[in-house]
Ligand binder design. Structure first.
Ligand SMILES: Cc1ncc(COP(=O)(O)O)c(C=O)c1O
Length: 418
């Protein structure tokens, strides 16, 4: 089957998945977005503006880096990473933010709404809004707001209004609901959605804006190794970095495509965020796909050490590709992801985002089952600086506490001095 063409030509359905199940008030805004995107994705001037912005703002192409020490220590496949963490603002998210912001400008929009989990999509949205002169409001679950505080600071510095959402589990799902509520109240705003999820056209549109990642991997891997990878491995939250990496290889049957979900701290409901492995099909947040839910169809809570994977749903395109057997799914636990961060730091001098670390954790296991003639590429979707307050707690609690005490002491001395 020609998977790529089907995605490009689809009118929002991927097998039974996808669709556009939204309140009537949003239909005109989504139709305007669909038509705008359909016209622009074929428009050479728009495409050249998009690729120029990817180069000038993000410095694309991003690096393709061998992992010689870890590969040798494992003694299996040769490992390579695609360093999306080198993008401006630290993750792949800015690829689709640039695409959607350019579309919003063409549609004459003045105000952008976005949701964010780890803060990477919000940070990237705030940056492109500042650059393109758009007003920006970002919704973030209160739990994520607290655990990814550095990104809140950057978003605010870039002029965005960041709203901490106190409903539900206070994570990405609640941020998406709050952003939709804003859009229902303000349908002339542009909702710049952060993954390959949501109603049509978001899944195909964000895949289109992210597919540059896989295109670059193909030529970088061929020029470095003289061949295509045996396997491409990406973490899966909603699915934008995975679709960005996988799209170009979908019709190369010899390349295994593996999505790694958040195994959290257990397999019971509420302990993980593995929706393709443990979820059920259903309609939520405007689209039909796999969701973590109970027998009554109520959305379950999710858990992951990485805010960006802590979400109940997944791209309808990935649901379709999973059913078709084209993309395989695995899980990596919180503990395995943290161990992967530490291993990459110590053995390769790289600090991946906790989200991406899930892909590394599984890729290390996979590599051990292969031979040095095999090539495995991992999508390092983001860099790990944003995770400072999480990883420090796990790796160097005493140092963190000492630093926090020092800061507090310094602050109170200043307060007395005033
Ligand atoms: C660095 C990074 N990787 C991955 C993800 C997961 O999102 P997606 O599955 O859409 O790539 C996020 C989400 O915030 C992220 O920040």
């Amino acid at each position: 089957m020609a998977f790529r063409q089907h995605i490009l030509d689809s009118e929002g359905f991927f097998g039974p998945y996808g669709g556009c199940f939204v309140p009537e008030v949003l239909l005109p805004a989504l139709e305007e977005m669909q038509q705008g995107f359909e016209a622009l994705k074929e428009d050479p001037q728009f495409l050249s503006e998009f690729h120029q912005a990817l180069h000038q703002i993000n410095g694309r192409p991003t690096a393709f880096t061998p992992l010689p020490r870890i590969s040798a220590a494992i003694g299996g496949a040769q490992l390579f990473l695609k360093n999306e963490g080198l993008n401006h603002t630290g993750a792949h998210k800015i690829n689709h933010c640039i695409g959607q912001a350019l579309l919003a400008k063409r549609l004459g929009k003045k105000r952008i709404i976005a949701e964010t989990g780890a803060g990477q999509h919000g940070y990237a949205t705030a940056a492109v809004c500042a650059r393109f002169g758009l007003e920006c409001t970002v919704y973030m679950g209160k739990k994520d707001y607290e655990r990814q505080r550095p990104n809140v600071y950057w978003m605010e510095l870039l002029g965005a209004t960041v709203v901490a959402v106190e409903d539900g589990s206070q994570t990405l799902n609640d941020a998406v609901i709050a952003a939709f509520k804003d859009w229902v109240a303000n349908p002339t705003s542009f909702y710049l959605l952060g993954s390959a999820v949501g109603p049509h056209p978001y899944p195909a549109m964000n895949t289109f804006f992210q597919k540059v990642v896989g295109e670059e991997i193909r030529s970088q891997c061929e020029s470095l190794t003289g061949r295509l990878p045996n396997a491409c491995v990406a973490c899966v939250g909603g699915g934008s970095n995975a679709m960005g990496m996988f799209f170009d290889f979908l019709d190369d049957a010899e390349v295994r495509l593996i999505g790694v979900e958040a195994g959290g701290h257990g397999k019971q409901p509420g302990e993980h965020a593995a929706k393709l492995l443990d979820g059920q099909p259903g309609i939520f947040e405007g689209y039909y796909s796999y969701f973590l839910q109970d027998d009554g169809g109520n959305i379950s809570n999710t858990s992951s050490v990485s805010a960006g994977l802590d979400y109940c749903g997944v791209s309808p395109i990935l649901a379709w590709l999973a059913d078709a057997g084209r993309v395989e799914f695995e899980r990596a636990s919180d503990e395995a992801a943290l161990a992967a961060v530490q291993r990459l730091a110590r053995e390769e001098g790289l600090i991946p985002a906790l989200e991406s670390a899930h892909a590394f954790a599984y890729a290390f296991e996979l590599a051990a089952t292969l031979t040095p003639a095999d090539v495995v590429v991992i999508n390092a979707s983001g860099r790990g600086e944003k995770d400072l307050f999480i990883t420090m707690r796990h790796f160097q609690e005493e140092n963190l506490l000492a630093y926090a005490r020092h800061l507090l002491q310094h602050q109170s001395q200043k307060a007395f001095a005033v």
